[in-house]
Ligand binder design. Structure first.
Ligand SMILES: Cc1ncc(C[n+]2csc(CCOP(=O)(O)OP(=O)(O)O)c2C)c(N)n1
Ligand SMILES: [Mg+2]
Length: 887
């Protein structure tokens, strides 16, 4: 058989064309060949022919052998270092699971990725040092054992620490299961284990580095972002969702390394197809530089023999499920079911033993091929690069899991498997010791130690490493927000507008103005921020190549290379990733940036909650501003838009400090205290603050309330101590209904109330829980009083709390309020309507609050129950109205 392609109707002619091309390639090189081909294609299209688009190239390495740059260094030494790292990584998981199978861990993923990481560590990843802030590497989460194993060899981690892998709770120094900066703040930088978050965060990190450079804040030299991920992980929308941005923004500082081991957790990623080809098409279509590393060097001599292309054809036809089976079943199987498909290919391997066939390696396990791809990737100009490396999942595990569907979760290796693993990688451990699977360390004076130290010295030091070297910022005094601390008089405005004023004041500040990073997902006009387009400019690495249609207006749409605003388009996940990059700049870049990300609060935690959780882990310092917050405050948008629970979710993130302010001065005090905590005291917290779009007047800041605003509660108005008494509490715009309810009660029923502004139930509850815990553990000591308790001490009457959020928000205080406690909230699906109607629907307006207050007094025996009935009538409330949660 000679003709491989049955669709070729004139092989002779084909041959002539190919020969012409060969001679161009020979004499003038690939660029000229490419030019001619494009010309031919263009000509064909213009002549009216339909040319189907093909985004894939042949199933071979992108870099041909002739252009493969040789790997420097001593490959024998590198191989033995890598082998020991493989061993220790596997041993770590085996040890943990001998202690308890509850501990878990993964062997197979790193086993497939070891060469990909090691070539990086030996030759490419630069650690931060005096001259360069270093490369940023996103390590695949469940490959963590391999990264620990290298750090152990390098002397950065002790054997005790390896023994304490995944034992973090009671064991200080225990190694975290996955990359978690929260748990290992001097080691891990990027939490990647929630699939998809690594890729999208890496893209926005690379973009943020360009932003820092283009704004003149920090030179990036040729720093790179390396992001390692699994092929199964690419099914996450977050993994691929932002790749077009990376190409559009020319992120040549970004390198994706996708470990295509063809398997995910349950089985093959694309059993019936080829994941490498599929990903190639996607990335090429998006404009990336795609480097496929499919075949290892042992195949090179077979390719040389494949003059008629039969091997190539066979490789194209074979699907991943089959490739996986070959690796799981060995050389004889591969000879019969792969090479055996065509006599020509069977012939090619006739003089090879089954062992030789088995040794035919995949590109991702061949340091020569991997090096060549990395060397090309770091030189890419104007485009991000993706390396698609083909590997074997569970490489080296043999019968314990190599290429097997069960391999992902394999945490144990029996004595025979350990022996086989040892023999395969020449680990110097004797038969007597093998059962214990001891860790191996090279002697201090060995060539391996010297080699490893030298290679890392050359690259600036050890990695991964996380630090916090940023200088504290000089935060101006609260008085810069003076205008918002005063009474607004008859001027009505929303807290969103107050926020915009705060933001532009900060952006003008001589000390920290440059550090402010406003971020919006196509929502700036919604929040009245369009004035900032002109003032601060919208970041665009291209500047502005057009005259904007509104250029004659004061607030025109100004794009600028040095623009400060990140306008992310309709892309909350991307905007959040930008916020994360900016909020961790203090660590990744040694410069504190102050990101304010403002968005529709409904499309915040509930939409990108997992990124928010990762942000907590990464110790982001920054502000999330939940705009148009509150289920009845946002009128006219309806069910999908109206947020009644973001504050509850915010409260689930341990280092997220959240507030629901009502008045401009409260917002100013909260943001000011956040600035001080995060950028002056360098506390590892971030802020979530709701802002509303309801316009109303704002009073002047009452004397001495700053502490209460920050802690979560202060008294706005003291009612008279006469007759039955109430404590009325509210937050957000519903506080204004609470204030009105107090007036109604006084006016209509002569009942007095103290009125409280609760700026943060979450903060109050956390602090009160902390006191309760301490008291429980110190029963004989003088009990601590929570801040809430100190505020309520000596106050009379039941407490009613109302907010624009679900009742679960206010319910958090129940344990700590010692009198009768009633909560009102907005449980149920939202509706589009006017604010007034919505507050009737959700039963959170002044009348419903007054009813709740009277009922509480009646239940306490303070007033006659009939009074409640009278009030229902008086306020025209329909008792048979359906419960909003059920309609
Ligand atoms: C969002 C998310 N979903 C599910 C998981 C559980 N999980 C961990 S690893 C894994 C399979 C990963 O496959 P792949 O990306 O191909 O990586 P490999 O281990 O093969 O290198 C799964 C499903 C997770 N960590 N994150
Ligand atoms: Mg995989």
């Amino acid at each position: 058989m000679h003709v491989v392609d049955e669709t070729d109707i004139d092989p002779q002619e084909t041959q002539e064309w190919i020969e012409s091309l060969d001679s161009v390639l020979d004499r003038e090189g690939p660029d000229r060949a490419h030019f001619l081909l494009e010309k031919l294609i263009d000509k064909t299209r213009r002549s009216g022919a339909y040319l189907p688009f093909s985004a894939t190239t042949a199933y071979v390495n992108t870099i041909p052998l002739s252009q493969q740059r040789p790997i420097p260094g001593d490959q024998a030494i590198e191989h033995s270092i890598r082998s020991v790292i493989r061993w220790n990584a596997a041993a770590m998981v085996v040890h943990a699971n001998r202690k308890s199978s509850e501990l878990g861990g993964h062997i197979a993923s790193f086993a497939s990725a070891a060469t990909l990481y090691d070539v990086g560590f030996m030759h490419f990843f630069r650690a931060p040092n005096d001259e360069n802030k270093g490369d940023l590497v996103f390590f695949q989460g469940h490959s963590a054992p391999g990264i620990y194993a290298r750090a152990f060899l390098e002397g950065r981690l002790s054997e005790e620490q390896l023994e304490a892998f995944r034992q973090e709770a009671l064991n200080e120094g225990g190694l975290s299961s996955y990359p978690h900066p929260w748990l290992m703040p001097n080691f891990w930088q990027f939490p990647t284990v929630s699939m998809g978050l690594g890729p999208i965060m890496a893209i926005y990190q690379a973009r943020f580095m360009k932003y820092l450079e283009n704004r003149g804040i920090q030179e990036q030299q040729d720093r790179k972002v390396w992001a390692f991920m699994g092929d199964g992980e690419m099914d996450e929308p977050e993994s691929l969702g932002a790749i077009s941005l990376a190409a559009r923004e020319n992120l040549d500082n970004l390198i994706f390394v996708i470990n295509c081991n063809l398997q995910r957790l349950d089985g093959p990623v694309r059993g019936n197809g080829k994941i490498i080809q599929e990903l190639e098409a996607v990335f090429r279509g998006a404009g990336w530089n795609v480097l496929k590393v499919v075949w290892g060097s042992y195949w090179d001599h077979l390719f040389a023999k494949d003059r008629n292309g039969v091997l190539q054809k066979l490789m194209e036809e074979t699907v991943d499920g089959e490739y996986q089976a070959c690796k799981a079943k060995g050389g004889a199987y591969t000879r019969e079911f792969f090479f055996g498909k065509y006599p020509e290919t069977l012939d090619m391997v006739a003089d090879m033993s089954d062992e030789d066939i088995w040794r035919l390696n995949r590109g991702g396990h061949d340091p020569h091929k991997v090096y060549a791809a990395y060397a090309e990737a770091v030189e890419s100009k104007g485009r991000p690069t993706v390396i698609l490396a083909k590997t074997v999942k569970g490489y080296g595990m043999g019968e314990a899991g190599e290429g097997q569907n069960i391999t992902h979760s394999q945490k144990k290796m029996g004595e025979d498997s350990l022996k086989a693993f040892r023999d395969r990688f020449n680990i110097p451990i004797s038969d007597d010791d093998i059962a214990a699977a001891p860790f191996y360390k090279f002697p201090e004076d060995s060539v391996e130690m010297e080699y490893m130290r030298k290679s890392r010295n050359r690259l600036g030091g050890y990695m991964p490493v996380r630090s916090d070297t940023a200088e504290p910022l000089a935060i101006p005094g609260l008085e810069i927000f003076d205008a918002l601390l005063k009474e607004s008089g008859e001027r009505e405005f929303s807290t969103t507008m107050a926020f915009v004023r705060i933001l532009s004041t900060l952006a003008r500040d001589k000390n920290i103005g440059r550090n402010i990073v406003p971020i919006v997902p196509d929502e700036a006009r919604t929040f009245g921020m369009e004035g900032m387009f002109r003032q601060l400019g919208i970041y665009s690495f291209k500047g502005q190549l057009y005259k904007p249609m509104d250029s004659d207006q004061i607030m025109y749409y100004r794009e600028d290379v040095a623009g400060q605003i990140l306008e992310e388009g309709i892309n909350e996940a991307g905007a959040m990733s930008s916020w994360i990059a900016a909020g961790t700049a203090y660590s990744a870049h040694g410069v504190s940036m102050i990101p304010f990300y403002i968005y529709y609060s409904m499309f915040g935690f509930q939409r990108i909650g997992d990124l928010a959780w990762a942000a907590g882990d990464m110790q982001v310092r920054g502000f999330l501003m939940g705009g148009t917050a509150g289920r009845t405050t946002l009128a006219g948008e309806g069910l999908q838009h109206q947020d009644g629970h973001s504050l509850v979710v915010a409260g689930t993130i341990p280092n997220c400090v959240s507030y629901d302010p009502t008045f401009a001065y409260e917002l100013a005090v909260i943001i000011h205290s956040g600035l001080k905590r995060m950028y002056q005291q360098k506390e590892n917290v971030f802020y979530y603050i709701t802002v509303m779009n309801e316009n109303y007047e704002h009073p002047a800041i009452p004397k001495g309330c700053e502490d209460g605003i920050v802690k979560g509660i202060y008294c706005l108005d003291e009612g008279e101590e006469k007759g039955p008494k109430l404590q009325l509490m509210g937050s957000g715009t519903i506080l204004r209904e609470v204030i009105a309810a107090a007036e109604l009660l006084k006016q209509d029923f002569e009942i007095n109330a103290d009125v409280w502004s609760v700026t943060s139930v979450n903060e109050l509850a956390r602090e009160a829980q902390d006191c309760a815990r301490w008291n429980r553990l110190h029963p004989t000591k003088k009990a601590r009083q929570s801040y809430l308790a100190t505020q309520l001490r000596g106050r009379r009457g039941p407490v009613v709390f109302a907010s624009d959020y679900i009742r679960a928000y206010g319910e958090q205080l129940r344990e700590f309020v010692w009198s009768r406690y009633v909560t009102l909230g907005t449980d149920g699906f939202g509706r589009s309507d006017t604010r007034d109607n919505l507050r009737i629907f959700f039963e959170v307006n002044r009348y419903y609050i007054a009813i709740a207050a009277l009922k509480a007094l009646a239940d306490d025996g303070e007033v006659d129950g009939k009074l409640v009935q009278q009030a229902l009538k008086k306020y025209d409330i329909d008792p048979e109205k359906p419960n909003p949660i059920s309609v």
